[in-house]
Design a binder for this molecule. Structure first.
Ligand code: C5P
Length: 236
């Protein structure tokens, strides 16, 4: 899969989402559907956006016992998404089962298997909370690298991480191991709730494979122009 810009469709319902996508008349951007839209509208929203010709990253971050995750992944595979994810903290075994479910579902549907990536540590988790509440007695960076190595050992394609962690992950797991990075902002623009942010050009220099961009595109007066600017800066 080629490096690309993924637009986070963080809209409250189908009507707002489709109205946004209707603005793109000349191209079909790669988009991310998260829990809010999926739980509100159900799997039909995935089918509808897929039928419109978009590639889809279904960001549901599965984390459960291995067999449950496997069966859930099998169902997601039938939807024909291009990328989906689990939590690496679910263990190597859970990730292996997730991959098996995705492979089986894709085979039965006669489709290509979606890329499967894992969340290492959420960017909302601070090192202090991880140590005090989850009792992980290591640095957050060591945890992220270890979780990325576990993800690779399970046979998955890559991880979600902040752009600043992408270089570390590539060093540990190799250039081919995908990094998908949110937290993209232009210097001078508001960061909202993001903390560790990187510009599209810096994300490109770091060598991340996919950037996930929400408000710097969706909240702009001309989102199509904003998307083109991000693509030019990230893809060159
Ligand atoms: O609007 P913004 O560009 O901040 O959107 C980033 C998207 O990436 C949101 O959908 C957010 O949920 C998602 N994300 C994130 N940080 C993570 C994982 C996902 O910002 N660690």
């Amino acid at each position: 899969m080629e490096r690309d810009v993924i637009i986070a469709l963080d809209f409250k319902n189908k009507a707002d989402t489709l109205a946004f996508l209707d603005k793109f008349t000349d191209e079909k951007p790669f988009v991310k559907i998260g829990m809010e839209l999926f739980y509100g509208e159900g799997p039909d929203i995935v089918r509808e956006i897929k039928n419109r010709g978009h590639k889809i990253f279904l960001d549901l971050k599965l984390h459960d016992i291995p067999m449950t995750v496997k069966k859930a992944m099998k169902n997601l595979a039938v939807l024909g998404v291009d990328m989906t994810n689990v939590h690496a903290s679910g263990t190597i075994e859970m990730m292996k089962y997730a991959l098996e479910g995705l492979e089986e579902g894709a085979k039965e549907a006669g489709r290509e298997r979606a890329k499967l990536i894992a969340v290492t540590q959420l960017t909302s988790t601070s090192e202090e909370r991880m140590q005090k509440e989850i009792l992980i007695n290591a640095s957050i960076n060591d945890t992220i690298v270890k979780y990325a190595e576990n993800t690779k050992a399970a046979g998955l394609d890559g991880v979600v991480c902040s752009p600043l962690e992408a270089a570390m992950v590539k060093d540990a797991c190799g250039k081919e191991f995908l990094t998908v990075t949110p937290g993209i902002r232009y210097p001078g623009a508001g960061v909202q709730d993001q903390v560790r942010v990187t510009s599209p050009a810096d994300a490109r220099a770091i060598g991340t494979d996919f950037i996930v961009v929400g408000r710097p595109i969706t909240a702009q007066e001309d989102p199509v122009a904003a998307y083109h600017r991000v693509c030019a800066d990230f893809l060159g």
